[in-house]
Design a binder for this molecule. Structure first.
Ligand code: ADP
Ligand code: MG
Length: 256
């Protein structure tokens, strides 16, 4: 695979729910080992965009490539065919996703939550999966919580476990959908710190966030979306400090 190609590429992506057009032609490139931050008002289509990349939602037209594979389609003999569910699941495994709500399995311990995917889906041997889970827990600063249950953790700790769980599948790219929005303000920092470390390690990340300071410090590329379209994008220093569009300026002033 040619590693100079972008990790994620969207070409003219359209997505509607019934008569409501939510993505109105999105062209976007997300580079390898970079952090792309998606910002924009509520309802502008940010979550839908992530869900389309992960093939949770199916697009109406356009194309999405992840690591040069066409999402939802397989190529045979130069022709493209719609993927079977089994192949879609395999493709989705290469894409980690962290949601606003923590989505941990409440009846499983922290380490069981992290081991579930590797053992159940990737068929990694138990001992190896457990060692990997502990390594990841250390990485997110929760080594001592391996045998705790989710309801014994703070929101910030749950979200760090959710990140470790996604990483356990060894994804090519990590998608974050407002990972700190549900947290009490004093718990936001610990989650952003883990994300900052992950970015420094070279993970390709796409982050929907309202944390403008994070986008400025950690983001390599910032994309401002409004009403299903990309209004402007560029380096954080441009988009966040010198936005050229009135909508972006209004959003950053907190008006939208
Ligand atoms: P954002 O994440 O930027 O707040 P969303 O992608 O969640 O925006 O939503 C964009 C628009 O699509 C909203 O109007 C929302 O109500 C609508 N929408 C999202 N998901 C669905 C769905 N499954 N069915 C119908 N409408 C949806
Ligand atoms: Mg959203």
């Amino acid at each position: 695979m040619n590693n100079t190609l972008p990790m994620v590429r969207l070409e003219s992506v359209h997505k509607s729910f019934g008569s409501l057009e939510v993505l109105k032609g999105i062209d976007l490139v997300m580079e390898r080992e970079k952090v792309t931050c998606l910002i924009g008002p509520s309802g502008s289509g940010k979550s839908t965009l992530l869900r389309c990349i992960n093939h949770i939602e199916r697009i109406n037209s356009g194309r999405i490539f992840v690591d040069n594979d066409l999402v939802g389609y397989t190529e045979r003999g130069g022709k493209f065919y719609e993927m079977k569910e089994r192949d879609t699941i395999r493709q989705r495994q290469q894409i980690g996703m962290v949601f606003q709500g923590f989505n941990l399995f409440p009846h499983m311990t922290v380490e069981q939550n992290i081991m579930e995917g590797p053992v159940g889906i990737l068929k990694v041997p138990l001992a190896e999966a457990r060692a990997d889970a502990h390594r990841l827990l250390t990485r997110v600063g929760l080594a001592e919580k391996a045998t705790a249950y989710p309801n014994q953790l703070s929101g910030g700790q749950k979200q760090r476990v959710a990140i470790a769980r996604a990483l356990a599948m060894k994804p090519k790219v990590m998608l974050f959908d407002e990972p700190t929005s549900a947290l009490d303000p004093e718990l936001v920092g610990e989650v952003l710190e883990v994300m900052r470390d992950l970015a420094a390690s070279g993970m390709t990340m796409i982050v929907v966030t309202h944390e403008i300071a994070f986008a400025r410090d950690v983001g390599d590329h910032v994309v401002f979306m409004d009403d299903g379209r990309i209004v402007e994008q560029g380096a954080p220093s441009e988009v966040l400090s010198r936005p050229s569009h009135a909508r972006t300026q209004a959003f950053l002033r907190g008006v939208l």
